[in-house]
Design a protein around this ligand. Structure first.
Ligand code: FAD
Length: 752
């Protein structure tokens, strides 16, 4: 046995997605980081040991333009590239390699931290070290750092340090939350074991173990969905232990979950109700996936009202968008729906003050143990949200170490630097504008080889009858709208009604206020382009939500050629309880107006007058996500048969020294990517991403190549030049995309 000491700037305990993202963020900012994980794999509940699929702000395709960027975004895009079928082992490798790529991280797998040395009064504690035992290696390792991040989910480190926390549900009147119970209690969400099955092509017998539960004697078959071909997280509802202590009774909970898993398989194989003769169990989890335990108290406790109001915290450092998703205390044995969902009108913001301890001055946290009420935790708990919180916490931790201050002092004195650093990293924050004075691109004059100004989708592929209900189109209105034309069939003479609604907040994409409506008298005929007058000039450029009212005589067309900046919606007619027995109010606007059937399928339309939404100036306007406008440059459509390049150029009034160039391409954050098998996205690379490009500087009267990239599949590329270049002109030449007809660029940053 060995006793060792490891000294780093920051120690991150817990290698779930929150800890992984925190460690990478801090390491990329130059801090030495120890990342400690008590299991063989990284990824926490998403790892192949548990196999929960990683959800986030898109909320399974409910929220628009909501997929995460930054480190989590890189992982989504990389996983899609390597693992579009959602193999859990390949996902493990994406997470592991993301960590191994960082030379500033020392990774300690199989190392369980269960000792904490902390000192100070109850309301002003400080952690000196944490100690872990590396299983299989007989190494007892003491970790000393300036700052510690508890990303363990369960919160043992903070607990041992004396950090204020709570377990269970707050009373309704504590934060005025109408989804909270009248009286506070200790109830949490329960834990789950998942399983995978496969078809081996010949009959397979199944003899259940003696402890398998007789599922037919429970309410499970009546109240939960059981299908023979389902795998993994489709069985998220095999949940139990919310009325127990999910940590101290973990072993008892596992045994109950195993009895149900093997009982469900007995029911599928042997009840005669399923076609499962050639099916076998391929994998059964043995580590219960824990949903909830301690939640630390920070300087702010995020609550239900913040989520629903989408409160714009001055210290917002991350966003989420999953519904508030709470489960009944009885879990799988409850006769109510397995989950109930409450959606705000779009994404919501997460404040930095919820990421550090109120009473342990060098303790931060990220993931499911942040400072949030039980109800707010109901949404922040999904893993892509835990991950973006991790990136924000890791960034805050790095700045705290850099300045030699506490995380609270980062909030009080370095908040602008924190938010600007997050923007530079392309992290998941919405509505903040970059104001980086070191970015030379902001002082350059921009020109482009061409710019998309005529916004139209004309390539009809599929009819959509309007008799099914209202449909809608989201378009950028910049600077104004005068009329649109729609491609349609009219079976009889009729009047088509169209309305333009503003969306309310810049991060929302729902009909909020009626701005103008228009009518068109239709005569019978097929494939007519019909003009509808819709004059609206908003005070600032923003999205318009154009509703085309149901009409039994009219059929519109959608294209299979997506158009960046344009989305299509169908007004839902679904009921409260969905096919998977989850419960949600269908009138919530983001649910009511669904884009799921029409992702990447815009209605055929033409918009007048020409738009300024895609002018080249957007690449330095400080926004890297859709927010009121798309905030990107699009070239005119290029003919795929002709290999013509598109380019954009930066010109300075004086010579500048360039040593680093940041490029952010469009990876269509509206596309809902997922790590495991929830749904299949057919393209390994997002088609809107630029594929082949080069950077050229104008030196001594000619263009000189300073960098070239082929086969790019990433959203953000940082090119550090081997030697700095002096020039007054720089250009990005785009030779090919991964499928889009347009060259699409979100941001260019240039540093000396
Ligand atoms: C069955 C189930 C279904 C869910 N459904 C979804 C879903 O569909 N999509 C979604 O995104 N989220 C879902 N969630 C929620 C989500 O999985 C969790 O909220 C999320 O994993 C929390 O991330 P985290 O990084 O905070 O913690 P975790 O993922 O729990 O990771 C914490 C890690 O820290 C390690 N650790 C703990 N203690 C120590 C210690 N003392 N020393 C060292 N390491 C330690 C643990 O082994 C673990 O790997 C679900 C959860 C469960 C259980």
């Amino acid at each position: 046995m060995k006793n060792e000491t490891v000294q780093t700037d920051i120690t991150v305990i817990g290698g779930g997605l929150s800890g992984v993202n925190a460690a990478i963020a801090a390491a990329r900012l130059g801090q030495k980081v120890a990342l400690i994980q008590n299991r063989p794999m990284l990824g926490g509940n998403s790892s192949s040991e548990v196999r929960v699929w990683v959800c986030g702000a898109t909320s399974h395709g409910v929220n628009r333009y909501a997929r995460e960027t930054g480190i989590m975004g890189e992982m989504f895009v990389e996983n899609q590239y390597r693992n579009p079928d959602g193999n859990p082992y390949l996902w493990d490798m994406v997470v592991l390699e993301s960590v191994l790529a960082e030379p500033n991280i020392q990774l300690f797998l199989n190392t369980d931290v269960h000792e904490v040395e902390a000192y100070g009064d109850e309301d002003d504690r400080r952690i000196a070290s944490v100690t872990g035992w590396m299983m299989g290696s007989e190494r007892r390792i003491r970790f000393e750092s300036e700052l510690f991040l508890d990303c363990t989910g369960d919160g043992l480190v903070g607990f041992l340090a004396g950090a204020q926390h709570r377990i269970g549900r707050e009373a309704k009147d504590e934060y005025n939350e109408d989804w909270a119970p009248e009286v506070a209690d200790n109830i949490t969400l329960g834990s789950t074991l998942l399983f995978y099955t496969k078809d081996v092509g010949h009959p397979v017998r199944y003899v259940p173990p003696s402890f398998a539960k007789d599922i037919a004697a429970t309410t499970i078959p009546l109240k939960r969905v059981i299908r023979s071909g389902d795998n993994g997280c489709s069985y998220w509802w095999i949940e139990w232990g919310g009325e127990l202590d999910t940590v101290h009774e973990n072993e008892r909970i596992r045994d109950e979950l195993w009895s149900v898993v093997y009982g469900i398989w007995d029911y599928i194989k042997n009840s005669g109700k399923f076609e499962a003769e050639t099916m076998t169990l391929e994998w059964v989890g043995s580590i219960p996936g824990k949903r909830e335990y301690r939640r630390f108290i920070g300087d702010y406790v995020l609550n239900q009202n913040d989520i629903l109001a989408q409160r714009e915290f001055e210290d917002r450092v991350a966003f989420g968008g999953w519904s508030i998703d709470l489960h009944p205390p009885g879990g799988m044995y409850a006769t109510e729906s397995g989950s109930k969902h409450l959606h705000p009108d779009g994404i919501y913001h997460i404040p930095f003050r919820s990421l550090y301890s109120v009473n342990v001055s060098n303790l931060m946290f990220a993931g499911r143990n942040i400072s949030a009420s039980h109800v707010a935790f109901g949404t922040t708990r999904v893993m892509a949200t835990c991950a973006v919180i991790g990136e924000a916490a890791g960034t805050g931790a790095a700045l705290a170490v850099q300045h030699g201050v506490t995380p609270r002092a980062v909030y009080e004195r370095h908040l602008t630097q924190l938010q600007q650093t997050l923007l530079r990293q392309d992290a998941s924050v919405i509505g903040l504008r970059s104001s980086d004075d070191e970015d030379l691109a902001r002082r350059a004059k921009l020109t482009a080889s061409s710019t998309l100004r005529r916004l139209a989708v004309e390539d009809a592929a599929e009819p959509v009858a309007l008799q099914g209900g209202d449909v809608a189109l989201l378009v950028p209105v910049a600077p104004e709208l005068q009329r649109i034309e729609l491609l349609l069939d009219a079976a009889a003479a009729t009047t088509l009604e169209v309305e333009v609604w503003s969306t309310g907040r810049a991060e929302n994409y729902i009909p909020h206020r009626l701005e103008v409506s228009g009518l068109a008298a239709l005569t019978p005929g097929e494939r007519q382009w019909v003009s509808i007058p819709l004059a609206w000039k908003p005070p600032t450029a923003q999205h318009g939500f154009i509703i085309i009212k149901a009409n039994e005589h009219v059929t519109l067309y959608v294209s299979h050629q997506p158009q960046t900046g344009v989305l299509s919606f169908v007004k839902n007619t679904s009921t409260t309880v969905s096919a998977d027995f989850s419960n949600q109010d269908p009138e919530q606007p983001v649910v009511l107006w669904s884009m799921k059937k029409l992702v990447r399928k815009p209605f055929c339309f033409r918009m007048y007058p020409e738009t300024t939404a895609f002018e080249v100036e957007h690449v330095t306007d400080g926004f890297v996500r859709s927010y009121g406008e798309p905030h990107m440059w699009l070239s005119e459509a290029r003919d795929p048969a002709v290999s013509e390049s598109a380019s954009l150029e930066l010109q300075w009034q004086e010579t500048v020294q360039i040593s680093e160039i940041h490029l952010t391409f469009n990876d269509d954050v509206n596309e809902d990517l997922i790590n495991l098998h929830h749904h299949y996205t057919p393209f390994p690379v997002i088609p809107e991403l630029v594929r082949d490009y080069r950077l050229e500087a104008y030196v001594e009267g000619q263009w000189v190549k300073v960098h070239e990239e082929t086969a790019n599949h990433k959203r953000k590329q940082i090119h550090r030049l081997p030697t700095a270049v002096s020039t007054d002109q720089l250009r990005l030449v785009i030779e090919a995309t991964n499928g889009s007809l347009h060259a699409e660029v979100i941001e260019i940053r240039v540093y000396g």
